[in-house]
Design a protein around this ligand. Structure first.
Ligand code: SF4
Length: 361
């Protein structure tokens, strides 16, 4: 607790804000993207946007894994549930995400479909399975969660367990960062780089950012972490001296987690992946290696993502690309709310629309 309070200390926050006001140039707009959904939540929760000078704009990016999962991939889960002999295990955030017919997993569960919420992939192994159905874990996430899914597969393989499958919808960061950097309409000067992802990847992931003369600062999730990193980005932009700064050294090692990366590499290989509102990005996802294909739920149940787009009126894709603020979507707070979400950005605990709805209106 004492550790956390240091990162929420009012005097330190005030000092950092004073420096940000002093060092930012009034005639310049600073566009800073937080790539990670947990940063987006923290920024809104602690009211950080409102504390900063108006010319420092914090823009949410494609860092919420549930939100970036394409509608066609979400529909694969609903297709899977057409098989009556499966138990589908998902993270809780997925339960309210609508399929393209507008219904969600909560409704299907109420109708008797066997859907279980798990906290970690290994919980799947403890599920009660009295009818001896096939159990499918729906894996959604970035580099942070890839090792845990690899750990599940490792256990299934090493213990020779039958009846377990993985629907692999995970995505990877480097390619989406390239897409953002190549987007001429997106005028971003610096990135608050995702702390959790960096624990696994290390720092080299962000080299393309500094090569394009933009700031890259790895940061934690407390107010002091975020403000200190915003100040660092302002300093890099003002001095035009760009380098990767690790402001989350208490958790992130510059080389990442070699053991976790080896485990991921053992079971997965890169594959093209479909992103909500963005489309297919080459090598931006993971698929199960050929050798372990027998565990791949998409093979076992013949599932393929359709090219369905977002539900009419939903602008999640634009929100994820940092093109609009959540409240610029015509459905925000009207047809779309956390109780009645139209898109995943309003459902997920890391979604930008959910963060805005909860803390910024
Ligand atoms: S407010 Fe709702 S419908 Fe609009 S972008 Fe956000 S999640 Fe999608």
């Amino acid at each position: 607790m004492e550790m956390i309070s240091k990162f929420r200390d009012k005097d330190i926050v005030k000092r950092l804000l004073d420096n940000i006001y002093k060092e930012s140039k009034a005639d310049k707009i600073y566009n800073i993207m937080e790539v990670c959904g947990t940063h987006t939540m923290s920024v809104s929760r602690f009211g950080i946007r409102g504390l900063l000078p108006k010319n420092i704009r914090l823009i949410s990016g494609p860092g919420c894994p549930v939100c970036v999962t394409a509608q066609g991939e979400i529909d694969m889960i609903f297709d899977l549930l057409k098989h009556n002999d499966v138990i589908v295990a998902v993270y809780g955030d997925l339960m309210k995400v609508p399929g393209s017919d507008g219904r969600n997993l909560l409704e299907l569960k109420a109708e008797g479909k066997d859907i279980r919420v798990v906290i970690s992939p290994l919980d799947v192994l403890k599920l009660k399975n009295e009818q001896k159905k096939d159990i499918v874990f729906v894996s959604i996430g970035f580099e942070t969660t890839n090792p845990a899914t690899a750990g599940l597969i490792d256990t299934i393989v090493s213990q020779n367990l039958n009846g377990f499958y993985v629907l692999m919808l995970n995505k990877t960061m480097p390619e989406i960062i390239d897409v953002l950097l190549d987007d001429n309409e997106l005028d971003v000067d610096g990135f608050l780089c995702p702390g959790h992802v960096s624990v696994i990847t290390g720092e080299s992931l962000y080299l393309p950012i500094i090569k394009r003369d933009k700031a890259a600062v790895i940061t934690g999730f407390e107010p002091v972490d975020i403000l200190y990193s915003v100040l660092e980005i302002i300093r890099q932009i003002n001095s035009k001296n760009f380098y990767i700064k690790n402001n989350y050294g208490r958790v992130v090692n510059s080389l990442g987690n070699e053991k976790a990366n080896k485990l991921v590499d053992k079971y997965f290989e890169l594959a093209d992946s479909m992103w909500r509102g963005i489309g297919v990005i080459k090598n931006s996802g993971l698929k199960i290696r050929k050798q372990y294909k027998y565990l791949d739920a998409s093979e076992r149940f013949g599932l393929r993502p359709s090219d369905k787009s977002e539900i009419d009126g939903c602008k999640c894709g634009e929100v994820l690309k940092g093109k609009i603020l959540p409240n610029m979507c015509g459905l925000f707070g009207l047809a779309c709310s956390p109780e009645n979400p139209v898109g995943p950005c309003m459902v997920s605990s890391e979604g930008a629309c959910a963060a805005y709805y909860k803390y910024e209106i």
